[in-house]
Design a protein around this ligand. Structure first.
Ligand SMILES: [Cu+2]
Length: 87
């Protein structure tokens, strides 16, 4: 089985300029601001995996297809969904 990933940005509320994206730290933590982290990727609320502004990346290998919500623990208005399909 081969999996391919696609990131669908559901909503970003508020104003976030390219400049502030590049000078801020963010996380892509599985779960949602309402229910909290699931612990699947991106750390947890208490111990998030920080993505720095200097071209940092984060990787995670999914072993099942599905839709996985994620959010930024530092900016809870930043949420999105990773869609993993069998390819
Ligand atoms: Cu953020």
């Amino acid at each position: 089985m081969m999996l391919t990933g696609q990131i669908l940005l559901k909503s970003i509320q508020g104003t976030l300029s390219h400049g502030s994206m590049r000078t801020s730290h963010h996380t892509a933590t599985s779960g949602s601001p309402e229910s909290g982290s699931t612990g699947m990727f991106g750390g947890t609320d208490d111990s998030p995996e920080i993505i720095g502004p200097e071209g940092d990346t984060q990787s995670f290998t999914f072993d099942e297809a599905g839709e996985f919500e994620y959010y930024c623990t530092l900016h809870p208005s930043m949420v999105g969904t990773v869609i993993v399909t069998e390819g």
